[in-house]
Design a protein around this ligand. Structure first.
Ligand code: PLP
Length: 475
């Protein structure tokens, strides 16, 4: 507890982080280890006596670091990024230093008011109308659960939260078959029953077919179900496909159904004017989520949830024990009533540091740079004969496979898997895959904070090295 000791260690840690970023490219993006290896290196019993920080940190470098996947490595092109930045890291340090728990206004007035302002900044930055009010949730999964629970309470007139599901109509939730697994989870947790998540077929570009949605709703109404919520994806996890928000929003309005838009990853692209067409008609949606912790240089976790009916939201989540009552409850936003958890981290600070350090111009520059690099990569894939692009490229995710004339899908799957393995085994890149129309697709996401043209060229040259090997191994 000695501040001078902390100062010394703090400087050492900052030095270590700075060196980490300098040396990052010399590390393999992903460790080549087998399960259990790291755990075996950690004693099975806790220390009874204090240990020196030097010893602890040496053990970290020796035993933990080699088992880490380096998400900030420019060769990290897997899943979606969780990119960070120095201002964000510094904000996290300050946040951890203060160790504040920001459940209500009184427990940290500045945290609440900064969050309120940051959500206004973000709302304007992505072009949402001012009928939406924002609140930070930990993840998009939580935000989607919050949306579905709010819809459930709206349409059951708070009956489910009061007396449970018994004797109640069966609710239905609609989404395309491409949405993220967090929707399945939310439906399950909300007690609606997995069977009541209706998978609406998609068009050729993997976007939800609104006519099929209308038919599914009509059919459910005829069968006595109560349509509750439609979850649209603005940027599916597999291929960044975008559901037609306007058409779906109109349907939701006509049938009085909650419309939640999951823009977890691609929402950041809305900062660029040229992507705003994707949210035409957003004024008809009820809620919207995107993750600054994915593609906006804000450390995980930070998910921006926007909702129109904030009273309904609070009514869904508010429980008022005596020990949390304050005299100013009516004048302030007590965010513990805006979601599931009571205790909350001070997440707005990192948003404030990031938005001010880079300005919106800096963020625009980064994401448009990524989109340009992705376009170049896509052009390369399209130009070379033995690849096939498997989904439209909306922004900076390219889904493709290796193909040769006369191959079956199974052969193409095997070749694509082999190429991905070879690239990943090089340690220089980390790619993951998905399935599109039942075809194995390699996903390349160019969205890491520090990725540049040199890395994309390196990936291409690795592919040029490995593809002939793959083709000959397939023969
Ligand atoms: N929705 C979509 C479209 C996603 O791509 C993801 C994650 O990649 C999520 C939701 C889940 O995000 P989170 O980890 O914030 O819950």
């Amino acid at each position: 507890h000695d501040p001078e000791e902390f100062r010394k260690r703090g400087y050492e840690m900052v030095d270590w982080i700075a060196d980490y970023f300098k040396d990052l490219e010399s590390l393999p993006v992903k460790p080549d280890i087998t399960p259990g290896l790291i755990k075996d290196k950690i004693p099975s019993d806790y220390p009874e006596e204090p240990e020196s920080f030097d010893q602890i940190f040496n053990d970290f470098k020796e035993n933990i670091l080699p088992g880490m996947t380096h998400w900030q490595h420019p060769g990290f092109m897997a899943y979606f990024p969780a990119n960070n930045s120095f201002p964000s890291i510094l904000a996290e340090m300050v946040t951890a230093g203060m160790g504040a728990q920001c459940m209500i206004w009184l427990t940290s007035p500045a945290a609440e008011e900064l969050e309120d302002r940051m959500m206004e900044w973000l709302r304007k930055a992505i072009g949402l109308p001012d009928s939406f009010t924002g609140v930070i949730q930990d993840t998009a999964s939580t935000a989607t659960l919050v949306a579905i629970l709010t819809a459930r309470e709206k349409f059951s007139h708070f009956g489910v939260s009061k007396s449970g599901f018994t004797g109640r109509e069966k609710f239905r939730v609609y989404s395309s078959d491409q949405v993220h697994s967090s929707i399945d989870k939310a439906v399950r947790i909300a007690g609606l029953g997995e069977d009541n998540l209706v998978r609406v077929p998609v068009n050729d570009d993997f976007s939800m077919d609104p006519e099929a949605l209308r038919q599914a709703i009509e059919e459910d109404l005829r069968s006595g179900y109560k349509p509750l919520c439609i979850v649209s994806a603005l940027g599916t996890t597999s291929s960044t496909a975008c559901d037609p928000i306007d058409a779906i929003g109109k349907l939701a309005k006509d049938y009085d159904i909650w419309h939640h838009v999951d823009a977890a990853y691609l929402g950041t692209a809305l900062i660029l004017e040229e992507y705003r067409y994707l949210i035409d008609g957003i004024e008809n949606a009820d809620s919207f989520v995107f993750n600054p912790h994915k593609w906006m240089m804000v450390n995980f976790d930070c998910s921006a949830y926007f909702v129109k009916d904030t009273e309904l939201l609070q009514k869904t989540f508010s429980v008022m024990p005596e020990y949390l009552k304050t005299d100013i409850d009516k004048q302030v936003k007590n965010y513990r009533d805006w979601g599931i958890q009571l205790g909350r981290r001070f997440r707005a600070l990192k948003l404030w540091f990031v938005l001010r350090s880079f300005g919106l111009a800096g963020i625009k520059k980064m994401i448009s740079g990524h989109i340009k690099m992705a376009d170049k990569f896509k052009n390369y894939i399209a130009r070379v004969g033995h690849y096939e692009i498997l989904a439209p490229v909306v922004a900076n995710l390219i889904c493709f496979r290796v193909i040769k004339l006369g191959w079956s899908d199974e052969q193409a799957d095997n070749a694509s898997r082999l190429l991905m393995q070879k690239i990943n085994n090089s340690g220089q890149f980390f790619l993951t895959h998905t399935r599109l129309k039942n075809k194995f697709a390699i996903r390349v996401v160019i969205g890491q904070t520090n990725v540049n043209e040199k890395h994309v060229e390196k990936l291409i040259s690795l592919m040029e090295e490995f593809v002939p090997e793959v083709l000959s191994e397939m023969d």
